[in-house]
Design a protein. Structure first.
Length: 364
């Protein structure tokens, strides 16, 4: 971890970044144990009264500045009527890229690993450029990305030997979400919405099974509320990294590939969100794969049991751990299309009251 990151972040006056300090160990931002003066500590222990929604954006919804701004626009619209927390994946393809750095390291190909790391940093700097932020704002976010880039390059030495452990794979893989959270928060701010990137490794506490870590929900909820609720009460959108957590001694873990839907559900649970909206690139859940079958029908409403039956029959519904957590906590989940936000999407909830077993038939 580069020593430059052991510092208070320079941040605009409103930003709660002023209340955070970076951890030298994990690169995760962690809160000072004091609250913004304006927020009453007791009030901040319950979610804002106007209701909270959690939006999770997948990698294809974040591929490039135009898409990030579009997604941020969806969050801005929701922020008019309720408090919003955003959970982001890495930009599409970035996690694979980061893992290829880990593979290059384990093969002893240090030069290639370093070149790849530079490609990843430049990819995000290019998106920042395309966001066309105001000059001061651009400088500030550029500095944040560059600090993160230093941390990434620090993992990839110019010479020597690197033991490519599962722990290193997770540390490297974590950078995608850490980059995209910064870019998404910057896009929201460009649209006039106060936002701050939050590293989920600050509060998603996991076991140390790297690459497939299990979260400890109780402690995660307790720690997460201390960080997220004061932001929501201040009208600041936390933009939280999906995919990553940390062990009790502060080492970065990941919850497994494609787990950011699960992170979305965890974060929605932490803040008692009324709804979790998973924004993706299809209109919702279908009876069959719409690109393969003309018969495919979009399902508007599903109970947890119906969604479970669909998943069990092989349909690509949601990450396997989302439904159990949603059912346990009565969480309403929407699957919606970022690129077609007019479409209503699929709602998965406790019980829609209209039994439609026929909807499940023919699912693939
Ligand atoms: N970025 C992670 C992956 O590619 C998590 C996710 O996208 O859900 O596996
Ligand atoms: Mg994904």
């Amino acid at each position: 971890m580069s020593p430059e990151n052991v510092q208070e972040e320079s941040a605009p006056e409103r930003s709660p970044a002023a209340f955070r300090v970076r951890s030298a160990r994990t690169g995760a931002a962690r809160p000072f144990d004091r609250f913004p003066a304006a927020v009453d500590k007791r009030a901040a222990s319950t979610p804002p009264a106007n209701g909270v929604v959690a939006f999770k954006f997948g990698g294809s919804s974040l591929l490039g500045a135009e898409r990030i701004l579009h997604a941020a626009g969806l969050a801005r619209r929701a922020a008019r009527s309720s408090s919003v927390a955003v959970v982001v994946s890495a930009m599409k393809g970035v996690t694979d890229h980061l893992l290829s750095i880990a593979h290059a390291l384990s093969d002893g190909k240090l030069t290639r690993a370093r070149q790849e790391a530079e490609v990843v940093l430049n990819l995000h700097l290019d998106v920042l450029h395309d966001l066309r932020l105001g000059e001061g704002h651009d400088l500030r976010v550029r500095r944040e990305l560059q600090l993160l880039g230093c941390d990434l390059l620090h993992e990839v030495p110019v010479q020597g030997f690197v033991a490519a452990s599962a722990e290193l794979f997770d540390r490297l893989a974590s950078f995608g979400e850490r980059f995209s959270a910064r870019l998404f928060a910057a896009a929201l701010e460009k649209l006039g919405i106060a936002a701050v990137p939050v590293a989920s490794s600050e509060f998603v506490l996991t076991c140390d099974t790297f690459r497939d870590a299990q979260p400890h929900l109780e402690q995660t909820k307790q720690r997460g509320r201390e960080i997220l609720l004061p932001l929501l009460h201040e009208g600041i959108v936390p933009v939280v990294t999906g995919f990553i957590g940390s062990t009790p001694d502060g080492r970065i873990t990941t919850l497994g590939r494609n787990s950011s839907d699960f992170s979305g559900a965890i974060i929605a649970h932490v803040i008692d969100a009324d709804e979790l909206v998973i924004w993706t690139d299809v209109d919702g859940i279908y009876t069959a794969n719409p690109s393969e079958s003309g018969e495919a029908r979009l399902l508007h409403e599903l109970s947890y049991d119906e969604a479970h039956a669909l998943a069990a029959s092989g349909a690509k519904v949601l990450h396997a751990k989302v439904l159990p957590l949603a059912a346990e906590t009565d969480m309403v989940i929407w699957i919606r299309n970022t690129f077609n936000p007019q479409a209503r999407g699929t709602r998965i909830g406790p019980d829609h009251g209209i039994p439609r077993p026929s909807q499940v038939r023919g699912a693939v």
